[in-house]
Design a protein around this ligand. Structure first.
Ligand code: AMP
Ligand code: MG
Length: 350
């Protein structure tokens, strides 16, 4: 299959290009498009066969359900069977935006979307291209991240092309995704709300609106026999480059000294070594391939670049990557959740 790549203006999306993309979606095809979190891989969310094509293109396990995106709030009610009072409060506070809500599903939602669950994950993105496209398609659009399963999520059209060229009908290039990490996932299907995946909308922001919420234990610990994530996708190895990723934590000076020692040892063995550094530390490393992920004082820069930098380590063929770690406060929770998963919770504490 030939994949058509089209550039669309993120501020004033060209209507004729989005109409063509919407037509592909309505006919059962696959279109990757930008959102404010990462690029999504869209299919008609009411067409089970179209949704199955998403799983094929991504190589995604069939028990890992998809997210349904909607282009305006009226799109929510036909696909869920109940909207709780707390869900309404979250919607008023944060939609459109980077938070996905898990709600009881309506009968029209195919099991290919939900992986057989009786709930459905729904998001109303704020990105203009995404909203216009979904509205023009006139259907809920199933849209998980547009990467090969297990690889870092795509934050640019070039990442999507690298993973999925020849496997999908169209890629809409709308520039770099603003936030760069996947949406927050909040289960609002029961009375007690549960955070299933941290993202741009933080636990603190949610609790200001609805009071204390629960956090799924898999958010901060390695999934195991006792800790089975409620978001099925969180149990898979994820976000990983081919290199082995090792997180180094401790006081700043110790981290730099330890990484320098490890890099020397590994390079002596003939390994290609990557270092994920920050603007604060980039000049402190003596050898290795140093890539700057962002500025510690501006965590949003780290979120925006994390997946791009993980992909770059693959591109340069790193065998092993040492990474600094970050504060888990606020948006740092999402950054460390993804980094822990990329590293399989592999730490050197110094
Ligand atoms: P992605 O958009 O690629 O990040 O994948 C969607 C994420 O949403 C995966 O982690 C899924 O496990 C999660 N998800 C989708 N539907 C549900 C649901 N009904 N309950 C819990 N998690 C869900
Ligand atoms: Mg994904």
């Amino acid at each position: 299959m030939e994949t058509k790549l089209v550039k669309v203006d993120s501020e004033n999306p060209e209507r004729e290009l989005l109409t063509e993309a919407a037509e592909i979606l309505r006919k059962g095809g696959l279109v990757a498009f930008p959102t404010e979190t990462v690029y999504g891989l869209g299919a008609n969310g009411l067409d089970g066969d179209a949704c199955k094509r998403i799983y094929e293109a991504k190589g995604r396990p069939s028990d890992n359900p998809l997210i349904l995106t909607i282009g305006d709030i009226s799109g929510l009610y036909p696909i869920v069977s109940r909207v709780t009072e707390n869900a309404e409060k979250i919607i008023d506070a944060f939609w459109p935006g980077p938070i996905t809500l898990v709600l009881p599903k309506a009968d029209c939602v195919p099991s290919a979307v939900t992986g057989g669950l009786d709930t459905v994950a729904v998001r109303y993105p704020s990105n203009k291209i995404a909203r216009e496209l979904i509205k023009l398609a006139g259907i809920p659009v199933a849209a998980p991240s547009a990467n090969s399963s297990g690889k870092p999520s795509p934050t640019r059209a070039s990442h999507v092309a690298f993973d999925l060229d020849g496997k999908i009908d169209m890629i809409i290039d709308g520039g770099a995704a603003d936030w760069g990490l996947e949406s927050t996932i909040l289960d609002v299907s029961e009375d007690k709300l549960v955070l299933l995946r941290p993202g741009a909308v933080t636990q603190e922001m949610i609790e200001k609106v609805v009071g204390p919420i629960d956090v799924d234990p898999a958010v901060y610990s390695k999934p195991s026999k006792d800790i089975v994530p409620k978001a099925p996708g969180m149990k898979y190895k994820h976000y990983s480059p081919s290199a082995k990723v090792i997180l180094v934590s401790g006081p700043g000076d110790n981290v730099i000294r330890t990484i320098n020692e490890k890099v020397r040892e590994d390079e002596a063995k003939g390994l290609k070594v990557g270092i994920m550094a920050t603007v604060q530390t980039e000049n402190s490393y003596e050898s290795g391939n140093v890539l700057v992920v962002g500025d510690r004082d501006k965590p949003e820069t780290i979120g925006a670049n994390l997946f791009k930098i993980l992909r770059k380590f693959d591109f340069i063929g790193a065998d092993v990557v040492y990474s600094e770690v970050f504060d888990e406060d606020g948006e740092g929770a999402a950054i460390m959740n993804r980094l822990n998963k990329a590293a399989g919770f592999n730490y050197i504490r110094c």
